[in-house]
Ligand binder design. Structure first.
Ligand SMILES: Cc1cc2nc3c(=O)[nH]c(=O)nc-3n(C[C@H](O)[C@H](O)[C@H](O)COP(=O)(O)OP(=O)(O)OC[C@H]3O[C@@H](n4cnc5c(N)ncnc54)[C@H](O)[C@@H]3O)c2cc1C
Length: 419
């Protein structure tokens, strides 16, 4: 069973086979698979607990509706791991509050209808055969609260959401790794052979494998070893609305593709967000400010295609509304950086996520397989060298918030034809 503790001089491990830097869901899933592969694994987390930074800020959703082959290759088996979580981590009856109520991407823009149809075709061609294209009437037959304006949607029932905290701790407890809290990596040590350890606020751990899973701080950790990690942190805010009888509790994750606002039920209330395309690139941060007016903006946006929100918004008080923020980490093709870097032998990346919760189980496994040699690095399309190698496969997955506005139905068509 994994040990999660604040180390003392006596309990601080001086050596390991592998050190993972970062105790969000991505780092913890990586430590889980590394220890399952038989490596003596130590994870260092600078904060008081696991899953307290970006992972805690997330909307906790997962989906297989992607159009990039590499994203589907991570997302689909990750959902299978979520579905069988107790068995995978070996803790009977372990509950991650899995809710497979679906993901519904809707539009009222006639110019987007072909784009949605193409997206579903692309899902199917990539093995996600259970996503559906729905007409407006078909959407309202299933979800009567949706506006008459909606003319098309994509939907997949097995998409949904879960409890990130429990999932992260399940991976930790189900592993044989050591999780050191309040332990900050201050340097990545390198010798003639490559990486040789991690200096921390509590001492040095010698190791020939180090994984950078530091979330928004991954570029800073990369710099410690002289490696440039090209990620851009962008603040994203989330709103929780407390108990309210008008919020349909059987609803899916419901997204307005025209304005990138979304909502889903959350313990008799709801969780809402908006992927603001004008939010600037920021610096990595532990304490992010939130905007007082954000909840009002989001409520107006989700009410466009789910009109019952207007009525709810009218009666809301400040005390019913909770707002928080974290950071998406974008890469230039909006897909994560996974695998070794050529500059420093033994130094692996597992970072650059805007959807890291849903990809974490399989991404952690991929890193472990690359480290143990179970996977040929040439079969890893997300390797950090892909830009230099010119093997990037761009996609058009919905709700990324960055390149979406540049994506037209025509561009998608070209993409589908080429691949
Ligand atoms: C509003 C919002 C909604 C989102 N919704 C979703 C969603 O529905 N589904 C989804 O899949 N994703 C979602 N995301 C994205 C998702 O939250 C992240 O991609 C994911 O949590 C990244 O996990 P991580 O482990 O890489 O990063 P983090 O959770 O940030 O973990 C990194 C850890 O590294 C630690 N660290 C950093 N530097 C050091 C150091 N030097 N030494 C020791 N420790 C260090 C940090 O303290 C932190 O705990 C959302 C994000 C936001 C902000």
């Amino acid at each position: 069973m994994g040990r999660i503790f604040v180390p003392t001089d006596e309990t601080f491990p001086r050596t390991a086979d592998a050190v993972v830097i970062g105790g969000g869901i991505v780092g913890v899933a990586t430590a889980f698979w590394l220890s399952r592969a038989g490596l003596d694994t130590v994870l260092v987390e600078m904060r008081d607990g696991l899953s307290t930074l970006t992972t805690a800020a997330s909307a906790e959703c997962f989906r297989a509706q992607f159009t990039e082959p590499a994203m589907v290759a991570l997302a689909k088996p990750s959902i299978k791991i979520f579905e069988n979580f107790a068995e995978v981590v070996g803790i009977p009856d372990y509950d991650i509050s899995l809710q497979q109520r679906g993901y519904l991407f809707m539009t009222d823009d006639p110019d987007m209808v072909d784009q949605l149809k193409a997206a579903v075709e692309k899902h199917h061609s990539l093995g996600v055969t259970d996503s559906e294209f729905l007409t407006g009437d078909e959407v309202r037959a299933r979800f009567p609260y949706v506006s008459p304006k909606v003319i098309a949607a994509t939907f997949r029932q097995r998409d949904g959401w879960l409890a990130c905290h429990e999932t992260t701790y399940g991976f930790a407890k189900g592993s044989d790794a050591n999780f050191l809290l309040r332990t900050k990596a201050t340097d990545v040590l390198v010798d003639g052979q490559g990486v040789c350890g991690v200096e921390t606020s509590r001492g040095t751990i010698s190791a020939r494998v180090v994984v950078n899973a530091a979330g928004p701080f991954a570029a800073m950790v990369g710099k410690m070893a002289g490696v440039e990690v090209p990620i851009e942190p962008v603040r994203r805010q989330k709103v929780i609305i407390g108990l309210h009888e008008r919020i349909p509790q059987d609803a899916p994750m419901t997204i307005d593709l025209v304005n990138d606002a979304y909502w889903r039920p959350e313990v008799r209330g709801a969780l809402l967000g908006w992927v603001d395309p004008d939010e600037p690139i920021g610096e990595p941060a532990e304490n992010l400010p939130t905007d007082y007016f954000f909840p009002g903006i989001v409520l107006e946006k989700v009410a466009r295609l789910s009109p019952f929100w207007e009525e709810i918004a009218d009666g809301l008080k400040d005390a019913d509304v909770h707002i928080s923020a974290g950071q998406y980490c974008y890469t230039s093709d909006d897909q994560p950086l996974i695998g070794p870097v050529p500059e420093v032998s033994g130094f692996y990346m597992n970072c650059g996520y805007w959807a890291g919760v849903m990809l974490s189980p399989m991404a952690g496994k991929l890193v472990a397989d690359l480290i143990t040699g179970a996977m040929d690095p040439r079969n890893n399309p997300l390797r950090p060298t892909r830009y230099a190698e010119g093997i990037v496969v761009e996609g058009d997955s919905f709700l990324r918030g960055r390149h979406l506005e540049a994506t037209t139905a025509r561009q998608l068509q070209v993409f589908v034809e080429e691949h």
